[in-house]
Design a protein around this ligand. Sequence first.
Ligand SMILES: [Zn+2]
Length: 396
Amino acid sequence: MTKYALILPDGAADEPLGELGGRTPLEAADTPNIDWVSVNGRQGCLRTIPAGYTAASDVATLSVMGYDPATHYSGRAPLEAAARGIKTGPNDLIFRCNLVTIVDGTMRDFTAGHISTPEAERLIADLQPLGADLGIVFHPGISYRHLAVLRDAADVQCECTPPHDIPDEPVAGRWPSGPGAERVCEVMRRAQTLLADHDVNHVRRDLGENPATNIWLWGQGRRRPLATFEARYGVRGACIAAVDLINGIAVTAGLTTIAVKGATGYLDTDYRAKGRAAVAALDKYDLVVVHIEAPDEAGHLGNAVEKVKAIKNVDAWVVGPLLERLRREERWRIAVVPDHPTPVATRKHSAVPPPFCIAGTGITPVMAQPFSEKQAVQSDLQIERGHEFMEFFLKS
Ligand SMILES: [Zn+2]
């Protein structure tokens, strides 16, 4: 049986940056292990965001995991709800509910200063009774990331804007719009009034931290099941991720999710612990998927130095140990796939096909070049339908 490791450094792809001497963060970072994969295997690009879709991790990760977004995309929130075991009915519409900082009508911070979970829990608990007559139920999550379920919402077909897509931009004209949006906007307005004078926010302002001035509802959708990995590829897999969205895709695809202590989904995540857990998972599973959110977060911050550091850490503590472990197997494969670019210059996701590299049994090197966006685009390995990558990785 072949052993597989798939590493997903979220948003790691980028563009050449002046501050990095014209290199991209992937090129600038010291990544001997990823470069080994690329030199001794192959690199190329895959289109993870099909035309007409928003450049987001839900669509991109579905593609990478082998599911065509055109038939399987359900929105981001239903996947997160799946990760957290939240039960919903067919007429329920599930939203992501961010705590955000809006100042003078401008989206100053889509994370409300990475508000602490205990503070967030207090806010969400106090919001709960507000929406009872509107049929909205809040489910507290981690830091600024929460969920809200709108009951009996078969008629609601509104469009919402991801708050990280409008950093430092006016929110006017970006509130939910379209059929049924009025009910959703009313929830957001009531929350704004309650949050304006909340104790938690008084304390945050006093400490110079961004207050949670608003909730922002987005990423909505209804639950949609997926065919499992085992049924499709005959592979038993596990997934290590700190982000609900990725765990939701994993759970829906029939992978076992492994929680790792110290994995935060942020720049301070414990890379070593994730790498160790991934190596251990290969004793039990055919496939381990490791997702690291940090490069994406650094991109959203517009911080090239942090992005380079995050990529270097992924290389040293996740790719390195996995490579070492896999090389002891008779048959093995490894792939490194950033789901999409999150360029430091724009601080937003981009739909440009990201590079990937793959090595192991049956993969013959062609270009033998270190991993980089520039090289990958020159390769003749361009996967236009990104969801075909998984078949290529597991079966070709
Ligand atoms: Zn992403």
